[in-house]
Design a protein around this ligand. Structure first.
Ligand code: ADP
Ligand code: MG
Length: 231
């Protein structure tokens, strides 16, 4: 693995306003992730995992510290710039798939290209290639409610991959799947990672975390452990 940082977080703090109170969620986090790493972030519910992932994905701002993504300083960006960097670098995968219920599998996969103003014909053709890679070509015209959880997650992964991200951020991607299907999704992440794409997986399942080389434990907004598995 090369040692080129793709993500650098230094002394990042994040609080939420809750009524008249402040909830200090991330407490001076420091974290460097190199290009091509596959890591998992573990921690109890409420420990700040999603908050961290949302900051990394430029879906949310932080209060102090610094976040660099591929050497770009990410802080208080306009929505337009945030969207630009997200499209350029990031693919998201969520526990609940977040597919659009009234669009078929192919249209869901093609969606990021719609936002990039790619013509319908071209984006659908590219979406078919990505569906094919996920073994789902025959399901292209099916609606999400006709698909299994595993199929929906593979469609969500194809959608994340279609804009050729450098980093995949997955928030509990196997949380709604049975254990066999979960392992199949992890196999797909392995293949994607083998192409050099950095993958960050939030999970509270030990056997999912064990599939990644590096494991980070968050506890009450601080990194409690950060280690590489020996194998
Ligand atoms: P995790 O993903 O580890 O379960 P989160 O990052 O979602 O944790 O949440 C960390 C803490 O911040 C929790 O106490 C949660 O209730 C709180 N929180 C998360 N998002 C918000 C928000 N938008 N406004 C207020 N509090 C929030
Ligand atoms: Mg969460």
């Amino acid at each position: 693995m090369n040692n080129v940082p793709i993500i650098t977080i230094s002394e990042v703090n994040k609080s939420y306003e809750v009524g008249n109170n402040k909830l200090h969620v991330l407490k001076g986090l420091n974290l460097t992730i190199n290009e091509g790493e596959m890591i998992s972030i573990m921690g109890a519910s409420g420990s700040g995992k999603s908050t961290l992932l949302n900051i990394l994905g430029i879906l949310d701002n932080y209060d102090s510290g610094a976040y660099h993504l591929n050497n770009t300083f990410i802080q208080n960006l306009s929505e337009k710039k945030a969207a630009y960097y997200r499209n350029q670098y990031i693919g998201f995968v969520f526990q609940s798939f977040n597919l659009i219920s009234f669009k078929n599998a192919m249209e869901n996969v093609a969606l990021p290209l719609y936002y990039q103003k790619v013509s319908r014909r071209k984006r659908n053709a590219i979406a078919m290639e990505y569906l094919d890679k996920m073994g789902l070509k025959d399901w292209a015209t099916h609606m999400p409610n006709e698909l299994s959880g595993g199929q929906k997650q593979r469609i969500a992964i194809a959608r994340a991959m279609i804009s050729k991200p450098k980093v995949i951020l997955a928030d509990e991607p196997t949380g709604a799947l049975d254990s066999k299907t979960s392992l199949e999704v992890m196999d797909i992440f392995d293949e994607i990672n083998a192409q050099g794409i950095t993958i960050i997986i939030v999970t509270h399942e030990r056997d999912i975390a064990e599939r990644t080389k590096r494991i980070i434990h968050l506890k009450d907004g601080v990194i409690e452990q950060d280690y590489y598995k020996l194998n």
